[in-house]
Write a protein that binds this ligand. Structure first.
Ligand code: MOS
Length: 750
């Protein structure tokens, strides 16, 4: 079904199950350890062998010699693969007939991931060998015996040094509205500031891991992935086999944050070894390997130039972004939110991408906006301070009802930014903030308040589902949609229950299997709304089929309490389903409504920090996020999504930093002991408020993406609070205590 005109009233609006807080239906499986992650399938893999990947020890260059003899002679070793004996594989666009062709706009490295294809080393921890043995311990021990010699070559590892070589990325062209230069030059109040954000690591709980089993020429791959049909395409394309010969199962995923939108060494090496050995093979990356072997959020340098009149009305908005990546890698589109967030007649947004020889940069939670807002929303705070206008008021004065680039003909489908700011100010107690830094103290602690606006573009993706009502009255939902810890199982059960008039415990949800109908998967915060919409249409088709079988006119039937009723007659669904059950499929495709209407979720984040006036240690004391993101299908799981985003935003503000060794070209701090993310002790009382909102332009279920909204702007709110506490304006993230100490402007307590 194509969704191309605004949704009318439909069964989701009943709000009987949808919109009600519902604990995760997969919770008991997870806390009892019964939810299998991809490395934890046992019965499916008799005689499994274990592969351990060895990564390159240089950032760029080539292998000059590789000696595997000691490893091959080690106990239990079954196979050692290197570039000398690995089968030929294919990058996107180079695959033989029958395997997936590149789709429009697809670049090498996006899905395909050839391994061990030659002596050239393009990045640190690129796979150079796979050692397979009877046990994991034997494989790990033998991998230490592989001797690799390298000739290192000079590489480009330093974004700041390379940025002047940047070019305009194909998918981030310059955006020019009005005359920025003239307007900026004439503006009475301006800020011209440069912010930097470091490389960041996804830091999901479950490392990349795969198990491969071949049955004849068909591969079954259990792998941890966010979008299973992308995994199918990537694996089939890399191996040069048809997609219908690859089945991917990703039933439970222990977090992704974008790192599992692609495939890396584990599924390919497992598949190659399993085919060669004629038995299943498991390959899991170690935590340290993840940082340099897989992908990361690329660093940015961002220059913000804002010019305003004396009332704070923006006259000129300039945002320049510099980023870098491997050849074919994507730009970090950190100017994206600046297109839509504020009004202003003269705008200039530019992105320049330069080649770097670091590991692949790719999507990480709210790619673009998450780091773009770290700069934009602090620059707005700087402008507010210069103007002497309250930062909330400044944002409200620059609200817009339509896409500022396209004009009034492209209005927002919904936009409650002002309501988010006002509600938050009231609930957070913003009026207690003193705009002068260092005025509020609690003993030796300096107290500061900060605010930032949040926007995350709403994305929609075609998505299908299969539903079946059994004679036991149970509705079974099958879709390729994944649950990466987000609550997909639960919200899809709620939608199915709502549509068929069933209690939630009469709904079974099966996810993450490529043998199910193709679905949106989990990426870009599009998962819940898109897969929910696909399921909506599948359920609507099932309702029609049930009504037809029952002999009811399908326009006036009701589904409630496990029964269908019309004109005073009523029958049980289980009885109608009968022995054979009734099945239906449905799919959503999205038309032009996202072109006609700017669609985005909005929010406002508030932070209270305490900064030790002597040591400059920062403690976030309180946070509040007010979000408007269409229909909230499940307030409990949506809240959890926002809390996770807020925790990540605190990490981005205060601690996350993949430190590049620019001599050797790798991320030095490659484990969770040295790449710091917030722990419970760093996370204060947090509150999330969802404003009532239905977006009838976004989908038939009127929802929008919410997960990534939770991180957008949070770090800026924290940084602005640190400034309010200390007077220190730190423009290089993260705000570590040494950086604050160098800039603090207020005296310590005597
Ligand atoms: Mo998201 S960065 O598309 O998982």
């Amino acid at each position: 079904m194509k969704f191309e005109s605004p949704a009318g009233r439909n069964p989701i609006d009943q709000g009987r199950v949808v919109g009600v807080a519902q604990p995760r239906i997969d919770g008991p499986l997870k806390v009892s350890g019964l939810a299998p992650y991809s490395h934890e399938y046992h019965a499916e893999a008799p005689g499994v062998a274990y592969g351990v990947m060895l990564g390159a020890g240089i950032g760029k260059g080539r292998i000059t010699a590789i000696d595997t003899s000691a490893a091959e002679a080690a106990p239990g070793v079954l196979l050692v693969l290197t570039y000398k004996n690995a089968p030929r594989q294919f990058d996107i666009g180079h695959a033989p007939p029958g395997s997936p062709a590149p789709k429009k706009g697809e670049k090498p490295g996006r899905h395909n991931a050839p391994q061990l294809q030659g002596p050239a080393i393009k990045h640190f921890d690129q796979s150079v060998a796979l050692v397979v043995a009877e046990s994991f311990e034997q494989a790990r021990a033998a991998a230490q015996l592989v001797h690799v010699s390298y000739a290192a070559a000079p590489g480009k590892f330093d974004l700041a040094a390379e940025k002047q070589h940047g070019t305009v990325p194909e998918d981030a062209p310059d955006s020019v509205v009005g005359d920025f230069d003239a307007a900026f030059a004439a503006a009475p109040t301006t800020v011209d500031v440069t912010y930097t954000t470091p490389d960041q690591a996804h830091s999901m709980m479950e490392p990349q891991a795969s198990m491969a089993r071949w049955d004849g020429d068909t591969l079954t791959l259990w792998t941890s992935h966010q979008i299973v049909h992308w995994a199918v395409d990537g694996v089939a394309g890399t191996l040069g086999i048809p997609t219908d010969k690859v089945r991917v199962i990703s039933a439970y995923v222990g977090g992704g944050f974008g790192s599992k939108l692609m495939i890396y060494g584990d599924p390919i090496l497992a598949a190659l070894a399993a085919r060669q050995l004629g038995r299943p093979v498991k390959v899991a990356l170690t935590r340290p390997q993840i940082y340099n072997h897989t992908s990361h959020r690329p660093a940015t340098i961002q220059r913000l130039r804002l010019g305003a009149d004396s009332n704070g009305k923006l006259l000129a908005i300039g945002h320049d972004v510099w980023c870098g990546n491997q050849p074919g890698g994507e730009p970090e589109k950190a100017a994206d939110q600046t297109k839509l967030l504020y009004a202003g007649a003269n705008r200039l947004l530019r992105t320049r991408q330069t080649l770097l020889d670091l590991p692949l940069g790719a999507s990480m939670r709210a790619p673009g906006e998450a780091v773009g807002l770290l700069a934009l929303e602090c620059a707005m705070d700087e402008l507010a301070e210069k103007l002497g206008i309250d930062p909330i008021e400044l944002r409200i004065r620059n609200d817009t009802r339509y896409d500022p680039e396209k004009g009034p003909e492209r209005p927002f489908s919904t936009r409650q930014l002002v309501e988010c700011l006002r509600t938050g100010a009231e609930r957070f107690g913003w009026s207690r903030r003193d705009p002068v830094p260092g005025k509020v103290r609690d003993g030796r602690w300096l107290i500061g308040y900060g605010v930032a606006a949040a926007i995350r573009n709403n994305l929609t993706v075609a998505s299908g589902a299969r539903v079946r009502l059994g004679g036991d009255g149970v509705l079974t939902i099958q879709t390729q949609m994944t649950d990466i810890g987000t609550g997909s199982y639960t919200i899809l059960a709620q939608i199915g229950a709502e549509m068929l008039g069933l209690p939630i415990d009469k709904v079974r949800v099966e996810l993450g299997d490529s043998s199910f109908p193709q679905a949106a998967g989990s990426g870009g915060s599009w998962g819940a709304n898109s897969s929910g919409a696909g399921l909506f249409y599948a359920c609507r088709n099932l309702r029609d089929a049930i009504a037809a079988k029952a002999g009811y006119n399908s326009t006036d039937v009701q589904f409630a309490d496990g029964r269908i009723s019309a004109n005073g007659h009523s029958r049980s669904l289980a009885e109608i389903a009968g022995h054979d059950g009734i099945a239906a499929e449905g799919k959503v495709e999205f038309g032009d409504l996202t072109k006609q209407y700017a669609q985005a979720a909005f929010g406002a984040h508030f932070a209270e920090v305490a900064v030790d006036s002597i040591t400059c240690e920062v403690r976030v004391r309180r946070m509040l996020s007010v979000c408007a993101a269409g229909r909230i299908i499940n307030p409990q799981t949506a809240r959890s999504q926002c809390l996770g985003g807020m925790a990540m935003g605190i990490g981005a503000a205060l601690m996350e930093d993949q430190i590049v060794d620019t001599r050797f070209g790798y991320f030095v701090n490659h484990d969770l002991a040295e790449y710091h993310v917030p722990v419970h002790a760093d996370i204060p009382d947090m509150e999330v408020i969802f404003l009532d909102e239905l977006d009838d332009k976004s989908s038939p279920i009127k929802a929008k993406g919410v997960g990534e909204l939770g991180i957008c702007g949070v770090g800026a709110a924290v940084a602005n609070a640190v400034h309010n506490a200390t007077g220190a304006r730190i423009r290089d993230y993260p705000l570590t205590l040494d950086r604050i100490m160098a800039k603090i402007t207020v005296p310590a307590v005597a």
